[in-house]
Design a protein around this ligand. Structure first.
Ligand code: FE2
Ligand code: FE2
Length: 247
């Protein structure tokens, strides 16, 4: 396995590891995003067992000991399995996450106390970079789920939203909704809930210019349109699951 590095927006790097054994023959990618700034931020830690691979990749971009912020979408192994390994090698690093995630997992599981972010909180990273945290509870899964947008580039680090199979290009202007619908049909990974469409649709108000997918290529195109179309599909799924009420 190797980790491929691409700059997908100004100063934002996608570190992508392709695992052909997951969902063969297409395979599956695991992506981290590094925001290079005075206070570098990494979104997703990678799996604990991939830490040496990821450490080598990050070292090609910044001194890993200078990492300042460690963030991720929700508490799961691919999102944050190596959290404590990163905290150990970066003495000034803090985990930053939403209040639910800190309360239910991170206050106990992180080796240093996390920075608790309220919905809409901003972290100034210096060098013109700033990230805003947005709560997306149960979307696509995890009570603690959230996303971050780097506002100078409009890069929405959207975690498991738009998950797709395969090892596509680092950045595409092609369809990201169709492959996401296909992956949802295959994995059933979302916590389908009545608010899910509205939660996804609400992300369009930030007018992202790039979608940074955890599992799939990054997307540079009509991001608001893609979010709205994905939201429509989850509304459809939720309506189909709703029990019919007596007339
Ligand atoms: Fe997940
Ligand atoms: Fe994931």
């Amino acid at each position: 396995m190797e980790t491929r590095i691409d700059e997908i927006a100004d100063g934002i790097y996608r570190l992508s590891t392709f695992v052909p054994d997951i969902a063969p023959p297409a395979g599956f990618t695991f992506n981290q995003f590094l925001v290079v700034a005075d206070e570098p931020l990494m979104f997703h830690t990678g799996l604990r067992k991939m830490f040496p691979l990821k450490l080598a990749a990050v070292s090609r971009l910044v001194d890993p000991a200078k990492l300042r912020w460690i963030a991720f979408g929700h508490y799961e192994a691919d999102e944050c399995g190596a959290m404590n390994e990163w905290l150990a090698i970066a003495p000034n690093a803090e985990v930053a996450h939403g209040s639910t995630g800190c309360l239910v997992s991170l206050n106990d599981m992180a080796d240093r106390a996390p920075r608790v972010l309220a919905d809409g909180d901003v972290i100034e990273l210096g060098g013109g970079k700033r990230v805003r945290y947005i709560d997306t509870p149960h979307t696509p899964h995890g009570w603690d789920a959230g996303v971050m947008i780097e506002e100078s580039t409009g890069t929405l680090m959207c975690g498991d939203l738009f998950t797709q199979l395969g090892n596509g290009p680092a950045l595409t202007e092609g369809d990201v909704v169709g492959p996401a619908i296909a992956a949802e049909d295959l994995f059933r990974y979302s916590s389908l809930n009545p608010d899910m469409g509205a939660t996804i649709r609400a992300l369009a108000r930030f007018s992202p210019r790039t979608l940074a997918l955890m599992h799939g290529p990054s997307f540079a195109g009509d991001c608001s349109g893609a979010l709205n179309t994905l939201a429509d599909d989850y509304d459809r799924r939720a309506a189909e699951r709703r029990p019919a009420t007596a007339a």
